[in-house]
Design a protein around this ligand. Structure first.
Ligand code: CTP
Ligand code: MG
Length: 249
């Protein structure tokens, strides 16, 4: 029995700007994906890491990972991903060893998650929770806006332009921002993917625990960590390099 990790790394990284896929961009000379794999391999319960590579890039990713030593020996698999994150996770699940008793799903785009956060998530699953999510309180106040009309442009993605009407303000004290690794009893995540297969677009999930919630299973939160932030926009690269510089002192 052991913990297996799926690392979805098949995204393009559109919000980071043009260039190579986000997971292959360098942080202090080392690909973001390598940082993420090392962060997972550093956890003592982790025995298997399944990297979900860009659809046409599995061989290149395999070669890249073979060049970079890991802090602990783990069984490392690389599989090609899909066009959505949900599909990439499903393709990673197909490579899950039958004897895994905990499965973690960790974004390649969160390269600096501390090992204690990973261990806390895995431990909560071993203690019986079917789904465990690291989370932090929200610092910004969050506003709700109306859904875009049919055929309308997605206002949620607008970065400026026309003023957008507000429809509500949820109580910030009751909100949490969630991170990865998210941890699951393997059957819970496998069932969620079987039952929700094929849902895409607005029906699709941006987070794995959200799929398990739809099965009606309980999802619990454990404390996340500021350094588990997701590298999404260019400023996040600056922050990530600053975190690495501070760690070396
Ligand atoms: N991901 C994936 N397969 C996809 C899309 C995303 O494996 N088809 C992965 C990304 O590689 C990333 C994680 O899911 O590690 C979180 O996604 P996100 O931060 O949104 O990354 P991208 O989708 O690559 O970025 P963007 O949305 O800006 O294009
Ligand atoms: Mg994305």
């Amino acid at each position: 029995p052991h913990t297996a990790v799926i690392i979805p790394a098949a995204g393009r990284g559109v919000r980071l700007g043009p260039g190579i896929p986000k997971a292959l961009r360098l942080l202090n000379g080392v690909p973001i994906l390598v940082h993420a794999v090392r962060a997972m391999a550093a956890a003592r319960s982790v025995a298997t890491v399944i990297v979900v590579a860009p659809p046409d890039g599995a061989e290149g990713v395999r070669a890249l990972l073979d060049e970079h030593p890991l802090p602990r020996p783990v069984a490392l698999h690389v599989v090609p991903g899909g066009s959505t994150r949900q599909e990439s996770v499903r393709l990673g699940l197909a490579a899950l060893p039958a004897d895994a008793d905990v499965v973690l799903v960790h974004d390649a785009a969160r390269p600096l998650v501390p090992v204690d956060t990973t261990e806390a998530v895995a431990a909560a699953v071993r203690d019986g929770a079917p789904a465990v999510v690291p989370a932090l309180p929200v610092t910004d106040t969050v506003k709700q806006i109306a859904a875009p009309g049919p055929g309308g442009t997605s206002r949620t993605k607008s970065q400026g332009g026309e003023p957008v009407p507000v429809t509500g303000t949820p109580d910030r004290a009751l909100l949490r921002a969630v991170q990865t690794p998210q941890g699951f009893a393997p059957d819970a995540l496998l069932d969620a993917h079987r039952r929700l297969a094929g849902l895409g677009g607005e029906e699709g999930a941006t987070d794995d625990a959200g799929m398990v919630e739809r099965l009606g299973l309980p999802v619990v939160l454990v404390p996340g960590h500021e350094e588990a932030f997701k590298v999404t926009r260019p400023l996040d690269l600056v922050l990530a390099e600053a975190v690495l510089a501070r760690r070396r002192i």
